[in-house]
Design a protein around this ligand. Sequence first.
Ligand code: ZN
Ligand code: ZN
Length: 382
Amino acid sequence: MKALVYHGPGIRSYDEKPMPILKDSTDAIVRVTKTTICGTDLHIMKGDVPTVTDGRILGHEGVGIIEQIGGNVLNFQIGDHVLISCISSCGRCANCKKGMYSHCENGGGWILGNLIDGTQAEYVRIPFADNSLHAIPAEADEETLVMLSDILPTGFECGVLNGQIKPGDTVAVIGAGPIGLAVLLTAQFYSPAAIIMVDNDSNRLDVAKRFGATQVIHNDLGNAAEKIMALTNNRGVDVAVEAIGIPSSFDICQEIVTAGGHIANVGVHGKPVQLNLDKLWSHNITLRTGLVDTFTTPMLLKTVMSGKLQPQQLITHHFTMDEVMQAYDTFGDAMKEEALKVIISNKIMSEKVKSAPTALGRTILEQEAFKEELLVNDSPGG
Ligand code: ZN
Ligand code: ZN
């Protein structure tokens, strides 16, 4: 099969790799129908994630069809349409029992496209399939659900829930990339009074306005903190969400958090940051960090199915798997390309899926053809 393979910092290629095989009785082999590239993959390409070694297939997001299952997979069958969680988890260890799946003690956590081969391939082995896959409802849109593998649960759990956003709050999100925008979308479940988005990219700020930001701040002069203090009559914000992962954006959060407020860190940090306890010690603030646990994925799936949450708005570009190298170039130059999330599709459909009728009365293959027609008429990227 073909896959996107990491060969050390700055080096990737589209290689022929052996098909994955079942290793444990709780594994499933999933034929990936759609996947995407994450900001984390770009961090890996820069060499920021030393656990990823030469020869690793990247990717931790996607949807697909189960091709094989181990003897102890109880919740799924061959042919099931599934959403792949970015976090694999046994569901049985002490941390999993607390819902802290990212720290699964039996070898789970963020392992896909990191410690084991990932989803930017035709097939992927999913460990602990019962707990690491979610069944996809028949009428669901696959592309939309790719947003549920990582960015929506990450934005919601690490930004909104850890920030304890409440009705009437003033919220600032530093960083309007896909994760910052996922925070913006899911923060609105709680009706905050104001959501201020900060970024250096005008296009992303325009998108943020469309997604419900009440104010946007272009941080061109690095004075976003001053501007936020001015906007809030020097009161500051109840919740400051760090969604980039660099010291300067964490500093903004420390400057703008009001007394009794929360800082929620979502960004992946590669360097230490300074914690200004000389100012914050008396301010009754709460600082939360965390890797996504994906315990909210079933809830988010329901909000997507009901139409309350529309994460498909984040998709800007479409590629096929044989164009995955180009997809990386586009996503890697996101500002110029105006890219948010890219969808990468594997074209070949299995016989079973081809003939499975959807809720709309079309077979899935017909639906794919129909969507491709739509794409020709309404080209992505805008
Ligand atoms: Zn990701
Ligand atoms: Zn576990």
